[in-house]
Design a protein around this ligand. Structure first.
Ligand code: G6P
Ligand code: ZN
Length: 560
């Protein structure tokens, strides 16, 4: 039976503008009549002529509304001439798994259903993001096009009668207006696990994790935070690497993440931090809802900042078979990320790039072979094996480094600092502030720090003095396609390399979140307490930005 395509009249919704990482709104916004349909149609239209006959990947982090959205996408894609969809079973695919699948199947792209680390459930957030054929998040020009289309949309296409059961793995072929349309529901983890096995030496890691090569099993606590990584974690750490059942927790993906805020940091992964602090663990790790972020802690909850994590992995890259085989190209970090990796790059004679916040800015450099490892302070670490950050990959990299060095995480860090010096780093988040005063604060601060007399100014607090060397609103020209991204965050760089960075988050779904990043380098004094070492610079940042005055906040909501 041939299924027919229906053209459904619709009207534009305001505000369908993708942020740092796709469109994120409350579930209630997405479930308004035609809201999701409009946005999906615009994503497909933004692909132009390439869409007809293409293959797309569809999946998400299992949060509330994922399954319904996936089924809707199947019906809209069928109506728009897509030839084949690869859909994760029950709509489940981690963000790194989508990226890997796009690349392995030479797909035109993928639609990722996630609001990443934002809470889920009917009262919370949902999100839709498009990744292009390199497997990476769509670049600015592409998402701007989606937005433009969303402001003028008049209708969308739908195959209303297409019945699909995405709970069972298998291939279904439909006849849509005389043309075949294929939906392949795939095992959510198989391709990704195979990919990890190609990158890391699983035999060696298994001996290390199970204790065969050391005489003592590695004690780990891997916390999937009820997000999408649960299924991946069980297969990799339990079945392939032989860890004990107790090594993994919260491994059932839940639509509301069991009420957890699935963001792997010291505040929201408190359960992990407390458990590892009290127990006898060698490594603790957590991931966010869609599995691209990671947090690593060592014994007694010794915290590894994402900036340090990136630098350490960079230093030991050659312990990982993938890099032995493919070589080590350049490194990169986002602008607010502390510059620890720059020092490793310098020592190893590698290019190091500083890009705006957002994983999409790494893609071009990877595609032309100039970049193999990158990371962000926002708990993202990854390599050119895909075009997304990859939480599980980061843990496997860390376990590889532990196996290679035979050292504890704390000792690995202390040794690293003794060689390179230490970038003390912290981030203060002020969540859900009113937008207007925040915009005003940013505008005022920009005006003040870009005034001619600002450079050279001295600031002192608690006996420490800093002299301004440079201050601007960060802008970036992509070295490959020469596209320019402006207004990517206010930064003040001091004489000794210490930095204050301030920007508004691009991933929230309402109001404004102010992020204040403090980065201070010490060559010798590497064993201090970060909060103490950074206090003077934090006070100076609050003074320059007048943050308490504009936001009415005297303390951050989250400190990482
Ligand atoms: C997402 C992106 C990251 C980015 C982060 C920043 O996780 O994938 O690449 O660093 O958002 O979020 P923000 O809220 O600071 O804009
Ligand atoms: Zn994420």
């Amino acid at each position: 039976m041939s299924l027919s395509v229906e053209i459904v009249a619709t009207k534009p919704y305001e505000g369908q503008k993708p942020g740092t990482s796709g469109l994120r709104k409350k579930v209630k916004v997405f479930t308004q009549p035609n809201y999701t349909e409009n946005f999906v149609q615009c994503i497909l239209d933004a692909n132009g002529a390439a869409l007809a006959g293409s293959t797309l990947v569809v999946g998400g982090d299992g949060r509330y509304y994922c399954k319904e959205a996936a089924e809707l996408i199947v019906r809209i894609a069928a109506a728009n001439g897509v030839a084949k969809l690869l859909v994760g079973q029950n709509g489940i695919l981690s963000t790194p798994a989508v990226s890997s699948l796009i690349r392995h199947n030479s797909a035109l792209g993928g639609i990722v259903l996630t609001a990443s680390h934002n809470p889920g459930g009917p009262e919370n957030d949902f999100g839709i993001k498009f990744n292009c054929e390199n497997g990476g998040p769509a670049p600015d020009a592409f998402t701007n096009n989606i937005y433009q289309l969303s402001t003028a949309i008049k209708d969308y296409k739908l195959v209303r009668g297409l019945q699909i059961d995405i709970s069972k793995v298998g291939v279904s072929t439909y006849d849509v207006a005389g043309k075949p349309f294929v939906v392949e529901v795939i095992d959510s983890v198989a391709n990704y696990v195979r990919h990890m096995e190609e990158i890391f030496d699983f035999a060696k890691l298994r001996d290390f994790v199970s204790g065969k090569s050391t005489g003592k099993p590695l004690k780990m606590r891997i916390d999937a935070m009820n997000g999408v990584t649960g299924a991946y974690v069980r297969e990799i750490f339990l079945n392939r690497l032989g860890a004990s059942d107790a090594s993994v927790v919260h491994t059932t993906p839940l639509p509301d993440f069991g009420g957890l805020h699935p963001d792997p940091n010291l505040t929201y992964a408190k359960d992990l931090v407390d458990t590892v602090a009290q127990g006898d663990y060698d490594i603790g790790a957590a991931f966010d809802g869609d599995g691209d972020r990671n947090m690593i802690i060592g014994s007694k909850a010794f915290f590894v900042t994402p900036s340090d994590s990136l630098a350490v992995i960079a230093h030991y890259l050659e312990a990982i078979p993938y890099f032995q085989k493919n070589g080590v190209q350049g490194f990169a970090r986002s602008m607010p990320t502390a510059s620890a990796v720059d020092l490793v790059g310098k020592k190893l004679g590698k290019e190091v790039f500083e890009v705006p916040t957002g994983w999409k800015y790494f893609g071009n450099l990877m595609d032309v072979g100039r970049l193999c490892l990158c990371g962000e302070e926002s708990f993202g670490t990854g390599s050119n094996h895909i075009r997304e950050k990859d939480g599980i990959w980061a843990v496997l990299a860390w376990i590889s480094v532990m196996q290679h060095t035979g050292k504890s995480i704390e000792d690995i860090l202390k040794q690293h600092w003794s060689v390179y010096g230490r970038n003390y780093f912290t981030r203060y988040d002020y969540e859900e502030c009113d937008l207007e005063p925040c915009n005003e604060m940013m505008a005022t601060m920009e005006k003040n720090i870009t005034a001619a007399e600002f450079v050279g100014k001295n600031y002192s607090s608690s006996g420490k003095s800093y002299k301004v060397k440079q201050a601007d609103n960060f802008s970036y020209t992509d070295p490959v396609d020469k596209s320019v991204a402006t207004k990517q965050g206010l930064r003040i760089v001091f004489d000794d390399g210490s930095r204050i960075v301030m920007r508004l988050s691009g991933t929230g779904s309402s109001g404004a979140t102010v992020r204040l990043y403090i980065d201070s380098y010490e060559k010798e004094n590497v064993l201090g307490q970060a909060s103490v070492m950074l206090k003077p610079l934090i006070d100076i940042a609050l003074e320059i930005s007048e943050l308490p005055k504009f936001t009415g906040r005297n303390a951050p909501t989250v400190i990482t």
